[in-house]
Design a protein. Structure first.
Length: 297
């Protein structure tokens, strides 16, 4: 039984080895010299050859696609890394450009300010539950600035030094209820006292003691008057946001939006000394008349 099974295996193996030879022989013969056996072999083997060719081609295509996809994935990873690096560099360049712009504004402000100043960076901010800045801290200490000194930015008046110790100082913002600034309306000349509003979700201020007869409009500029000995004259404080002149009493209710965006404050100037007062006789200056009508060369 085992011997018969072994003979059968040998015969099957020989047939399988002989079959490709027969198919190859029939395929290589010229069509004019093919006999009936060759044509029968080709007719039977043609579908098998097509199926084998399709299978081998498909497997080769899958392998090629797999290799190509692996290469594409590697390229994508490399491109993602380059893209991330470029994004980080762009963020750094934008930050440097913004800081340079702020410094240029401070330089221009320092040139236009007729007083001795000291530049300072905001190093910390106190924020309430509504993400509103209450106070800011700058990198100037008690050996450089004093309590009460005004703090300004390129946008306008920020506040004044509240505490100074060590290497830093805290700034009381004009939007703080403890702050008070004597102001004047640029368009009308009306005067009042600007005080911060105790609000957790806004930076608005109010002008107290602004008489009813002084007509003001939304958008009018509010400037420091120079009175009170805390702030010099002519600093932009803000603009009128709303006016309620229909209320009873001697004074209007006026709301002011500060000119400074306290949430993005980065660099400031501290006024170390008030600007020199204007010459009161400057407007009356007269040039000497020519003697005996003779003009100098």
């Amino acid at each position: 039984m085992l011997l018969k099974r072994r003979h059968l295996d040998y015969a099957l193996a020989g047939l399988l080895l002989l079959l490709p030879v027969v198919i190859l022989r029939s395929s290589l013969r010229e069509p004019t010299s093919q006999n009936g056996f060759d044509r029968a072999v080709l007719r039977i083997s043609s579908p098998l050859q097509a199926a084998a060719s399709w299978g081998v081609g498909g497997a080769g295509g899958l392998f090629t696609d797999y290799v190509w996809l692996v290469d594409v994935e590697d390229e994508n990873d490399e491109l993602r890394a380059v893209n991330l690096q470029l994004r980080e560099e762009l963020i750094q360049l934008r930050g440097a450009a913004a800081e340079l712009e702020i410094l240029e504004e401070l330089v221009d402000l320092r040139r236009s300010t007729q007083a001795e100043t000291a530049a300072a960076h905001v190093i910390a901010s106190s924020i309430n539950s509504h993400f509103r800045v209450n106070r800011v801290r700058i990198d100037r200490g008690d050996t450089q600035v004093e309590v009460g000194m005004p703090v300004i930015s390129a946008q306008g008046l920020v506040g004044r030094i509240l505490h100074s110790y060590g290497s830093h100082s805290d700034v009381l913002l004009i939007s703080d209820p403890q702050s008070a600034v004597d102001v004047v309306i640029e368009e009308t000349g009306g005067r009042g006292l600007l005080k911060g509003v105790a609000s957790d979700d806004s930076y608005f201020c109010e002008i107290e003691y602004l008489e009813q007869g002084k007509a003001v409009e939304v958008g009018d500029k509010v400037m420091s008057s120079g009175l009170g000995k805390h702030f010099p004259e002519g600093l932009l404080v803000g603009v009128i946001a709303s006016v309620d002149s229909a209320r009873h009493g001697l004074y209007q209710k006026v709301t002011v939006k500060p000119a400074v965006d306290f949430s993005s404050l980065d660099s400031v100037l501290v006024l170390l000394a008030p600007p020199p007062p204007a010459d009161p006789g400057r407007a009356n200056d007269r040039q000497s008349k020519a003697a005996h009508g003779v003009e100098p060369f």
